[in-house]
Design a protein around this ligand. Structure first.
Ligand SMILES: Nc1ncnc2c1ncn2[C@@H]1O[C@H](COP(=O)(O)OP(=O)(O)O)[C@@H](O)[C@H]1O
Ligand SMILES: [Mg+2]
Length: 353
């Protein structure tokens, strides 16, 4: 998995017993700064995009293959039935029925000798869906509990909510920015890629007027199905709401509240009856963010998916292992109630070993 934060590649080996998995190995590869910058550039219109996108896809695929080699850690490649590879989203345009993930699955198959499953989103889009989010089906299989409504919040670059209803019904949608704006603002003003522990945000004070103005964006109030990305929530979007004389740490504190408030509103709208909330994604390692979410969601208990057996940073990667397994078995991976697709579909394409 490589998500909108552009931090790098997360890999897991998952052992499945039926529909539930156990993570038995993990590895992360950071993107080099030059690749991260190129991917930020490629997420907006620019010059010679086709060639630059192909070269970036190649570099990403080599990093995926490196991650897989480290994951195997001496095990023969044959122990892995298939690798689910998400690729790097550079344009997500569900309204125009496409979503582009940079990846060269053939190169990964060639470099690793493993079967690769890739291009998970296009079939759902072709069937009229958003192509996202795709993780709710995995959340249900892995974290669902009959008789109890659970909310799972993935705090990636973009945040998404999965509602696991007590009656087995599942909802899911992107709530808006997770870390993407926090990371961008932090990078610009401190030179750090992210605000470790949310310490810098905690040194500022949220500005209510700015928060209100950010929350006026129609995305937050729009009904699901909905999904979003960097094309919408980016630095230019933030700048359009700034006067220019704000203290940078106050803006950071306000951006943290934006993530908290948009997740809070989504939970109130979609699952006011949630008995508990589980957090995953890198943002769940942001202590200030987690504390603010706890305060916002009280009295609901808020815990990390670590307590359900999968560390917060590996849930998304495990989801794509699960989705790859579904594809190799000829089983549907999307949830039409989540994405809005016309029906369940077997997702992706298989590149044999
Ligand atoms: N210790 C930490 N403190 C604050 N934020 C963190 C920490 N660890 C990770 N993060 C955040 O998590 C992000 C990566 O999360 P991830 O789940 O990989 O998102 P994505 O799926 O969008 O790539 C980083 O960019 C950063 O914002
Ligand atoms: Mg990531």
């Amino acid at each position: 998995m490589s998500g909108t934060s552009l931090d790098g590649v997360d890999g897991v080996i998952v052992h499945f017993e039926g529909d539930r998995g156990r993570v038995i190995a993990t590895a992360h590869t950071d993107y080099p700064t030059s690749l991260r910058q190129e991917l930020i550039a490629l997420s907006r219109p620019g010059e010679n995009e086709l060639e630059r996108a192909a070269l970036a896809a190649q570099e990403i695929s080599r990093l995926y293959a490196d991650t897989l080699r480290r994951l195997l850690d001496g095990r023969p490649a044959g122990v892995v039935r298939a690798v689910g590879c998400h690729g790097q989203t550079v344009r997500h345009r569900p309204q125009s029925r496409f979503s582009i993930q940079l990846l060269q699955p053939a190169l990964i198959a060639e470099l690793t000798g493993m079967a690769v499953v890739a291009d998970f989103r296009s079939r759902d889009l072709a069937a009229g869906g958003q192509g996202a989010p795709l993780t709710p089906a995995f959340h249900q299989a892995q974290f669902g509990l009959k008789g109890r409504t659970r909310a799972v919040v993935n705090l990636g670059g973009i945040a998404n909510l999965t509602v696991l209803g007590h009656d087995g019904r599942v909802l899911g949608f992107d709530t808006g920015p997770g870390n993407v704006l926090l990371d961008a603002w932090c990078q610009r003003h401190t030179g750090q890629r992210f605000d470790a522990g949310g310490a810098w945000a905690a040194s500022g004070t949220p500005t209510p007027a700015l928060l209100r103005s950010l929350l006026e964006d129609p995305y937050f109030g729009a009904p699901p199905p909905k999904s979003t990305g960097r094309e919408h929530f980016n630095e230019a979007w933030l700048e359009a709401h700034l006067r220019g004389d704000e203290r940078p740490e106050d803006v950071q504190a306000t951006l943290l509240q934006l993530t908290v408030e948009s997740v809070g509103m989504a939970i109130e709208a979609a699952c006011p009856d949630a008995a508990e909330v589980y957090l995953c994604g890198g943002g769940a390692r942001n202590a200030a963010l987690v504390e603010a979410l706890r305060a916002r969601l009280r009295p609901r208990p808020v815990a990390l998916t670590d307590t359900l057996g999968i560390g917060v940073e590996w849930v998304e990667a495990a989801a794509f292992a699960w989705l790859a397994r579904r594809t190799t078995l000829g089983l549907a991976g999307n949830m039409p109630a989540v994405t809005g697709a016309a029906g369940p579909r077997v997702l992706g394409a298989i590149y044999p070993a």
